[in-house]
Design a protein around this ligand. Structure first.
Ligand code: SF4
Length: 482
């Protein structure tokens, strides 16, 4: 979408505006005409396939199931989008990248919102745009066809199929999952250390302006839709596009995953907002999270471990918070200690939370996610990681981890030194505690975690002065952060 003028002439026959300014537009339930896919629909998908030229009729738009004008206001519908493309230079490697552009291009349409990716798509059409005349998928298909062909000239022919018939979506859904899995599997095996280039993606900056994905062979994009191979193919065909090459530069920290070139590129692409990135940890300078992540890894201070929750999980997690609440704490292009947006494919990587202990630090995840990544969890840990069937509360989780002798339990202490606190000598004497005069009444720490009431408060670059330090035996089970 390079020039406003060309946008106007390109979309004269479309009843609403089309342009980058509509990216990031949110449509609330009360303002929507209909919803397509989303959390209330189990089966939904978007898929791009590279086909032979004779298999694609350029510009053809097919609707299987009710069109928008036949839909009931306020309702939610099953949904699938199939984009089939052909072109002499098109490789199947580009399917993931073409597919991810559906997100951006749908969002260019005034009053049409697209969230997430692949099997997780969630779209809404606003009442306003419906009233303006956007009452058929034909219009949306035309916009997609024109945008794809103008932005990616490598596409010579393209046809679009919209599926709103629930039975048909259900029938095609498993095939789509198989295609995603085959694509992901293709990208496994290559190591970060074996390549000179990583790739960055800023496609989601319309929603999170300081977010920049760093896509490496072993750290899949947060949305789970773009592998290192996909990103490489995209940067090759569209070097000025949202996916770009990063010279990874010097490896500054192999455990945390800090690279000089990544720091430099991210700083540039976030206009100085994010200056350092540690790729394999959820602490310190973690990879930022936009909002499209497939799941969240969240730190549970009470057990010094990580819970994982995916977008489709409807119940509250083991710490009493729902996915949406955890996602709010994670999203927005920030680096939030202990709240980390991830893709499911990253959970299959040997680098997964490497600096934090990897699976040795994972204590809870929904059964559905565990099933999907089971073969990638070290065999001796599989039964030690709880699901919702094993633990619904922190107390149940503690009991489970202890019973299974999860590695985090080793780091729990029956007795720990409490965080120094200033207590008047008289009060300490009354409480029968030993007041220990200290020679150095100053605590200085780069990050000082304090756990209270189920929350972890981190004081960065803290300096605490105390008149006295009380060392008190803590009877209850506590943990210390490693
Ligand atoms: S989540 Fe990351 S890789 Fe995926 S589209 Fe957004 S910025 Fe790009």
């Amino acid at each position: 979408m390079k020039e406003a003028k060309s946008e106007m002439s390109m979309f004269q026959d479309i009843p609403v505006d089309v342009g980058v300014i509509y990216e990031g537009e949110r449509i609330r339930r009360k303002d929507m005409f209909v919803e397509l896919g989303g959390p209330d629909v189990k089966e939904k998908f978007e898929l791009a396939r590279v086909k032979k030229p004779e298999e694609v009729e350029d510009g053809k738009i097919t609707i299987i199931g009710p069109d928008i004008k036949d839909m009931e206001e306020g309702k939610t519908y099953a949904f699938g989008i199939l984009i089939e493309v052909a072109g002499a230079k098109l490789e199947p490697e580009l399917e993931g990248v073409i597919e991810r552009r559906i997100h951006a291009y749908c969002n260019y349409i005034e009053g049409f919102m697209h969230l997430n990716q692949r099997y997780d798509i969630w779209l809404r059409l606003s009442k306003k745009s419906y009233q303006k005349g956007l009452n058929s998928f034909q219009y949306i298909g035309k916009v997609l066809h024109r945008l794809f062909k103008s932005e990616l000239p490598i596409i010579e022919k393209m046809q679009v199929t919209f599926i709103t018939d629930a039975e048909k979506v259900k029938e095609l859904y498993p095939q789509a999952l198989q295609i995603y899995e085959a694509r992901d599997a293709r990208a496994r095996g290559l190591k970060d250390e074996e390549v000179d280039k990583f790739y960055g993606c800023i496609l989601c900056q319309s929603f999170a302006p300081t977010h920049c994905c760093v896509i490496t062979p072993q750290r899949y994009s947060n949305c789970g839709a773009i592998s290192w191979f996909d990103a490489r193919a995209s940067a090759n065909i569209d070097p000025k596009g949202p996916i770009f090459e990063i010279d990874r530069g010097e490896l500054l920290d192999p455990v945390k995953g800090e690279y000089a070139g990544v720091n430099e590129a991210v700083k540039k692409r976030t206009l100085g907002e994010i200056t350092r990135v540690w790729l394999y940890t959820a602490f310190g300078y973690p990879h930022t999270s936009c909002g499209c992540f497939e799941g969240v890894a969240f730190y549970i201070p009470e057990v010094d471990g990580f819970g994982i929750v995916h977008r489709g999980y409807k119940e509250t997690t083991v710490n009493g918070l729902a996915f949406s609440t955890l996602a709010d704490s994670t999203a927005g292009g920030r680096q939030v200690d202990g709240f980390h947006g991830i893709s499911i494919e990253y959970m299959r990587s040997p680098k997964f939370l490497q600096a934090d202990g990897g699976y040795k630090r994972v204590v809870w995840m929904p059964k559905e996610v565990k099933e999907r990544v089971k073969n990638f969890i070290p065999a001796d840990l599989v039964d030690k990681i709880a699901t919702e069937e094993d633990a619904k509360t922190i107390d149940e989780l503690k009991a489970f981890l202890k019973a299974r002798n999860h590695p985090v339990v080793e780091h729990w202490k029956e007795e720990v030194v409490a965080v120094p606190e200033a207590v008047p000598a008289e009060a300490a004497a009354e409480a029968g505690e030993e007041a220990v005069p200290t020679m150095v009444p100053t605590i200085t720490a780069a990050t000082l975690p304090i756990t209270a009431g189920g929350y972890k408060i981190i004081l960065k670059d803290a300096k605490i002065y105390a008149k006295r330090v009380i060392i008190r035996a803590v009877k209850s089970e506590k943990t210390e952060k490693r």
